[in-house]
Design a binder for this molecule. Sequence first.
Ligand code: NDX
Length: 256
Amino acid sequence: SMQCFPSLVLALSSLLGALALLQLSLYLRVPSRYGKHEERLCRPRGRLPARCAWFLQELPSFLVPALLLALRSPPRLEPLGCRLLCCLFCWHYFYRTFIYPFFTRGRPFPLQLLFFGTLFCIYNGFLQGYYLIYCAEYPNDWCTDIRFTSGLFLFLLGMGINIHSDLLLRQLRKPGEVTYKIPQGGLFTYVSGANYFGEIVEWFGFAIATWSLPAFAFAFFTLCCIGPRAYHHHRYYLKTFTDYPKSRKALIPFVF
Ligand code: NDX
């Protein structure tokens, strides 16, 4: 049966950090090509409806840790913190897999990115789940530790912002529409990438709550993946809408 190999966790986390830096170098100048940044004429085919694409891509992030949690024998009953934290991760990806895709009004998603996205979700789902289920050790009073409580608070806050912002974006379109409008309300009042801001806060909260290398590596990856995207969204809006709110920032309210 499976057991904890600390060197495997270290290797996978380091590779995740390296992938984050690779992404930063790839997508700082040019955005990743999906959604509003896709050059549509280049690849008229090779796309999947947004619903299928997001469902398939995110499913492993839910399934892999959920299976690791369910199938571990003997079941991991102690400490409570490990199961709780693994459930938080699965909870987010339950939303992203089973709820978000069924409401999205996004454009068809490029197959090539879908392929890499799916690989990424398998990889990260395994790393986070494996670490929490087979490796993590927490004292029995971890649930009252300041790192756990403040991390959990940030996780829930970020998740709330992310889900609310996803909803506001969706409401900009009627079913079947694929045009872009100026997002309004919620944190969009302050930043162009309100959904991304929420997601980043969420994963840094998770990293603090788990106090683990894999989770910090993933938070850093998220920052490097969607941070630049928020910047490119912001530039797109400034270029496209002459009446775009001048005080709005790209990612971090009042700062950047
Ligand atoms: N999926 C995470 N890397 C990613 C897909 C892309 O969950 O090759 C990472 C995720 C993947 C990425 C994933 C991993 C790395 C990849 C990358 C592509 C390249 C990259 C594979 C897995 C890669 C290496 C080199 C390392 C291999 O038509 P539309 O789609 O634009 O419509 C949009 C709509 N909308 C508007 N509607 C009207 N008016 C407007 N002004 C609108 N603006 C937007 O709203 C969409 O339907 C919807 C949301 O759009 P957008 O662009 O704001 O968000 P999106 O990027 O689609 O993300 C959706 C949600 C969001 O909440 C975000 O926080 C979360 O997913 N997310 C996304 C990406 C990654 C991630 C979270 C994470 O890292 N945690």
